[in-house]
Design a protein around this ligand. Structure first.
Ligand code: SAH
Ligand code: SF4
Length: 388
């Protein structure tokens, strides 16, 4: 297969051009055509030298991912299912809001971390996405949306996607080599020109890679915490057994001096009777305000759990979520509750399963799903109600 130019950041494309005997500015031109104009046909790239335009088609292409499905929610959220081959598919979600458009993209087909409350995790790990496959989600969505919203007809060249979050399928920091050029391209003025604070990597806590990200490309960081103690987090986020909470918070503290914002976002999925009690709120406050005697500057984002049958878990009641948030806020931890968007098209967090049903690999998945139908109980259980 010929090289896919969507898989290069500026330095990568400059090296590719150099191998063809072309100067670095050709890479700048190519990037701008692809990512700013959405152009995939070399013969349309009018300022490239004719000889280069003729040479490129035999050597490389701008290869989009096939779209298997597209669903639009009543609230404007759009979800795409992209085919990444061998029976695997990944999902991408566009969330329009007042004054901004956020694209939630995937980094892996499936996920090896296997969090108890996540349907991507329940699916198991298939493979890492390539840089081109990560970028292709943004490339397609941005240029599709410009056409869809009529920007091109109206001669508008402004971007539709103002924010990118790596919160789709997969653990981005377990696919670091492919992630890094994709991030660089998002930030590059010749690419998508997004500021570092508008690109967020969400991680379940791959500590060494948080350190690498701080050095290589410190974008905004969201950490999926979900529990205030190691005993509970070990059960909910199995990666915690390798990188326990204290190490994770140390990595957050070390990240902050390079971060584009002066806080870390902690995500906390609200699971009925599992991590949502007053005691957990108190433990969380003590943890985040007391770590190493200084605390971690942060915001907490409570995510209402999106149930899926095999999880055996339920979402906390609205009243419980609000009371948990109120307790944290009262203690001085800035806490928000995530709005669920695109519910009618299963586009909310944790519902991105991305299975292609009539393809190979499905029977294996079914077995995994069957195993999950009888999930192991989590360690912490709701104590019996007090009888007064
Ligand atoms: N692997 C990364 C990013 C993808 S998951 C991570 O774990 O951070 C993005 C967010 O969705 C994470 O905070 C994750 O914990 C949350 N999530 C996963 N499953 C969920 C579910 N069923 N309901 C609500 N949030 C969920
Ligand atoms: Fe993987 Fe994130 Fe899902 Fe955990 S929550 S299984 S890390 S995608």
């Amino acid at each position: 297969m010929t090289a896919n130019l969507l898989g290069f950041d500026l330095d990568g494309l400059a090296a590719f051009c150099e191998r063809l005997g072309e100067k670095r500015f050709r890479a700048v031109q190519l990037l701008r055509w692809m990512h700013q104009h959405g152009e995939s046909r070399f013969d349309q790239m009018s300022d490239l030298a004719r000889s280069l335009r003729e040479k490129l088609p035999g050597l490389c292409e701008v290869r989009a991912l096939p779209v298997l499905a597209q669903q639009e929610s009543a609230d404007g959220t759009i979800k795409w299912l992209f085919d990444v081959g061998d029976g695997n598919a990944v999902e991408t979600v566009f969330i329009p809001e007042e004054g901004r458009g956020t694209l939630c993209i995937s980094s892996q087909a499936g996920c090896a971390v296997g969090c108890r409350f996540c349907s991507t995790g329940a699916q198991g790990f298939s493979r890492n996405l390539s840089t081109a496959e990560i970028v292709a989600q943004l490339w397609f969505a941005e240029h599709f949306l410009r056409r869809h919203l009529g920007h091109q007809e109206r001669g508008l060249s402004e971007r539709v996607i103002s924010n990118v979050v790596l919160m789709g399928m997969g653990e981005p920091l377990q696919n670091y080599a492919a992630l890094l050029p994709a991030l660089r391209l998002m930030l590059d003025d010749h690419g998508y020109g997004l500021s570092r604070r508008r690109v967020t990597v969400s991680t379940s806590g791959v500590v060494p890679m948080i350190e690498r990200l701080a050095a290589d490309c410190p974008v905004a960081l969201a950490v999926s915490l979900h529990a205030p103690t190691d005993a509970l987090r070990d059960e909910l986020v199995p990666l915690n057994r390798k990188y326990p909470i204290a190490e994770l918070l140390d990595a957050c503290l070390a990240y902050l001096p390079r971060a584009p914002r002066d806080f870390i976002t902690f995500e906390y999925c609200m699971l009925d009777g599992v991590n949502d009690q007053d005691l957990h709120a108190e433990q969380l406050i003590a943890l985040l305000q007391g770590h190493r005697g200084q605390g971690v500057p942060c915001k907490v984002n409570l995510i209402p759990f999106n149930p899926f049958p095999a999880s055996g878990l339920r979402c906390s009641s609205r009243a419980r979520v609000l009371s948990f948030a109120q307790r944290l806020n009262a203690a001085g931890l800035v806490t928000t509750v995530r709005k669920t968007r695109g519910d009618d098209i299963d586009a909310a967090c944790g519902q991105l399963a991305g299975e292609v049903l009539d393809r190979t690999g499905v029977s294996e998945r079914r077995e995994q799903q069957a195993a999950l139908a009888n999930p192991q109980p989590v360690i912490w259980r709701k104590p019996p109600e007090k009888v007064s």
